[in-house]
Design a protein around this ligand. Structure first.
Ligand code: COA
Length: 374
């Protein structure tokens, strides 16, 4: 018989995984045994991607091979480029991304099914998402068409694809760190969606399409865009108290705060806060940082809530010139590594994910002819 209902599957242990561990009480995040603080200080996004996919950090040769492979997989099939060009310029970029990921499967069925080639699909998706975003964004921003480039790290290429300029070292490192911090997070909603899809023995591209859809929501990846809207709405530090109090009085959520798993500060927020300040200093613009700090103080004092990753990420992207509606798609260009690592793990130890609900609707009704129904 089904047990107690756990709304939102809160605290339900759904499966065993060797990929990611979150200690919500101590505020620790571990990828395959390595603390995120150690990785963010001493590794790169490509090393983290290797770690999540293969279960160990790469040596120099393996890292060079992976970098070369990702650089070589950046091109989008010509037919898909044409499809992206037919999408309305005002489309939500997450809709564009979801549509493009779904369409990509059509052009490469050999990479998409479960089996030994799924890792190729994982790497192709990781390599190609920045290109898809760049192609779409450059068209609507009237920037020159994107020619996929080699010789740039994933972080530098992502910025180049979006902004049509090569980022400097600090900008690249800020995004590199942000990508590492976003790469995986245990069974978050989008990763769970990916694993549910994969558990039916569906293909990797379908799983990632499900995940992009789940990430789009404002309670998940979409929160970073809402944080930026909040900063714009508040405007100046002296208005923080008034706006935050008003929202809390109306029982509105303050985006970028709270977390299902962390009961203390999200360690990713701690790291990104430093980068928000560093990038602000480099750009001579600490307005976002100062606003964020004041909001964090007020929300913690009033509600005891801590900021999460999304609270600081948007300020970094905005200072680099990334438009707000691309923040969640940028999140996806990193989380795709976690999604695909989980899908590969699911394929290795597959068990259809199929929970049950407790039925609380009516019973014993009889069908009345349609003409006699009120
Ligand atoms: N702003 C204001 N109050 C919040 C809040 C927020 N961001 N997050 C949680 N709370 C409050 C709830 O209102 C609730 O208070 P109550 O018991 O007085 O009603 C309490 O904290 C518990 O919230 P609950 O919704 O049960 O927590 P959850 O585990 O279901 O929610 C989130 C987790 C992330 C969905 C939630 O914190 C949220 O909506 N945050 C904003 C969106 C966001 O930043 N998402 C990115 C997550 S990385």
């Amino acid at each position: 018989m089904p047990g107690e209902v756990q709304r939102g599957l809160e605290d339900v242990v759904a499966l065993e995984s060797k990929i990611c561990f979150i200690d919500g009480r101590e505020g620790r995040l571990i990828y395959r045994g390595y603390d995120i603080r150690d990785l963010a200080a001493n590794a790169s996004f490509e090393e983290v991607a290797y770690l999540l996919w293969y279960g160990r950090l790469p040596n120099a040769t393996q890292l060079a091979e992976l970098r070369g492979r990702l650089e070589g997989l950046r091109a989008v099939p010509e037919e898909l480029l044409q499809e992206i060009a037919t999408l309305p310029a005002g489309a939500d970029p997450m809709d564009v991304l979801r549509t493009a990921v779904s369409a990509l499967a059509v052009y490469e069925p050999e990479r998409s099914g479960p089996g030994p080639n799924a890792i190729d699909g994982a790497q192709h998706l990781t390599a190609v998402l920045p290109t898809i975003l760049g192609v779409y964004h450059r068209r609507r921003a009237h920037l020159p068409d994107l020619e996929p480039r080699r010789g740039l790290s994933q972080a530098a290429y992502l910025l180049y694809a979006l902004l049509d300029r090569e980022p400097n070292e600090l900008e690249t490192r800020a995004v590199d760190v942000a990508l590492m911090l976003h790469a995986d997070h245990d069974l978050n909603a989008s990763t769970f969606a990916a694993r549910v899809t994969a558990s039916t023995l569906s293909d990797l591209y379908s799983a990632v399409t499900s995940a992009v859809g789940a990430l789009k929501g404002p309670l998940h990846g979409g929160a970073n865009e809402r944080v930026m809207e909040l900063l714009e709405q508040i405007g100046t530090v002296d208005r923080v108290e008034e706006v935050v109090h008003g929202k809390l009085a109306r029982r509105e959520r303050i985006m970028g705060f709270g977390h299902r798993v962390y009961k203390v500060e999200d360690p990713r927020a701690t790291i990104l806060r430093t980068w928000s300040r560093k990038v602000g200093e480099a750009k001579g613009n600490l307005r976002y940082y100062e606003l964020l700090q004041r909001i964090a103080e007020v929300v913690h004092r009033e509600k005891g809530l801590y900021p999460n990753l999304d609270f600081y990420s948007g300020s970094v992207y905005a200072l680099l010139g990334v438009p707000t509606d691309l923040f969640t798609p940028v999140f996806a260009t990193s989380r795709v590594v976690g999604w695909t690592a989980h899908v590969l793990e699911e394929y290795e130890d597959l068990r259809l994910i199929r929970p049950v609900s407790r039925y609380v609707g009516p019973t014993g009704l009889s069908v009345v002819p349609v003409s006699e129904r009120p």
